[in-house]
Design a protein around this ligand. Structure first.
Ligand SMILES: [Zn+2]
Length: 301
């Protein structure tokens, strides 16, 4: 095969041509090759190519237009200057958060003893619409993986007889603070946000993978532990278990309705991408999450 034939097979899935970013120091580049390229050079660095032909690499970026090249393919994108560097930049207005309609700080009565048909679970597929969440090496979006997983968790819970309400059922974007409101408006017993993870900028995006559940308060933690236990049993040694972690998110801090956020896997590594988009694996993951929710519903608190 000629060098030109190898180069022609490289694609850059992220960033998109002309994509605009806020202030960044480094940007994650991801793409794929036909797998035949073994000495891929991205932005001047040698980058390993995986069995799937996927690659990912962090590169340093500068304010303004950045042009990178991967295996001969060029991609330009724009990084905004930091507000304090822009001449005459005004301070960004402070973010105003709407107070959630908490009636108080008293947890609602735990549903143990009630039939599944009298128990309502809200499922929240993370992100949506223009908010894509993380991107996988082949350019697939976390928002879509979250919805696929949530649909299957819903089906598994409905099969067990539970009432399920979704914060979104299509590629729409309910505002972050509208999501926990659905738990109130549907008089829910529990709220579970479903996500897939991406590494922080100082970790290797091609390798990092684990599952975990985030909770903020004691009522959310019990729900999170029940889900984590089933996920750990289901994944076994195939995926690292990072357990239950503490996180003060808009969707976890509900003092009345037990709430947690599941990070089912990382979609950013080639192996994670393969697993997340594998229908058999999704069936196992969704069954484990549904079983964990059902365990929590049946447990005396
Ligand atoms: Zn997410």
């Amino acid at each position: 095969m000629t060098a030109a034939a190898l180069l022609a097979a490289v694609t850059i899935a992220f960033p998109r041509e002309g994509q605009r970013f806020g202030p960044l120091d480094r940007c994650y580049l991801i793409g794929s090759t036909d797998g035949g390229e073994t000495n891929l050079v991205v932005a001047g660095r040698n980058v390993p190519v995986y069995r799937t032909g996927a690659w990912g690499v962090l590169v340093d970026v500068v304010p303004g237009t950045n042009t990178v090249s991967a295996g001969g393919v060029e991609r330009s994108f724009f990084v905004a200057p930091r507000p304090d560097l822009a001449a005459g930049a005004k301070k960004a207005p402070e973010k105003k958060y709407e107070k959630l309609p908490y009636a108080g700080d008293k947890p609602r009565k735990h549903p143990s003893g009630r039939a599944p048909g009298e128990i309502t679970i809200v499922l929240d597929p993370g992100h949506g619409e223009a908010d894509t969440g993380a991107t996988s090496p082949h350019g697939w979006f976390e928002k879509d993986a979250n919805l696929l997983l949530a649909n299957e968790v819903r089906d598994a819970l409905v099969a067990r007889g539970y009432r399920v309400v979704m914060t979104r059922e299509d590629d729409s974007f309910p505002a972050l603070y509208d999501r926990p409101k659905v738990a109130f408006s549907s008089n829910a017993d529990a709220f579970v946000s479903l996500h897939h993870n991406a590494p922080p900028h100082d970790k290797d995006p091609t390798k990092l993978r684990y599952h975990c559940v985030y909770a903020w308060n004691a009522i959310g933690e019990r729900l999170a532990r029940a889900i984590n236990k089933r996920m750990a049993a289901s994944f076994g040694k195939s995926l690292q278990d990072n357990g239950v972690m503490h996180a003060n998110f808009a969707v976890t801090r509900n003092p009345e309705i037990p709430s947690c956020l599941v990070e089912a896997d990382f979609i950013t590594s080639p192996a994670g991408e393969e697993s997340v988009w594998n229908p058999e694996q999704r069936k196992k993951t969704s069954a484990a999450i549904a079983a964990g929710i059902a365990d929590w519903c049946g447990a005396r608190q």
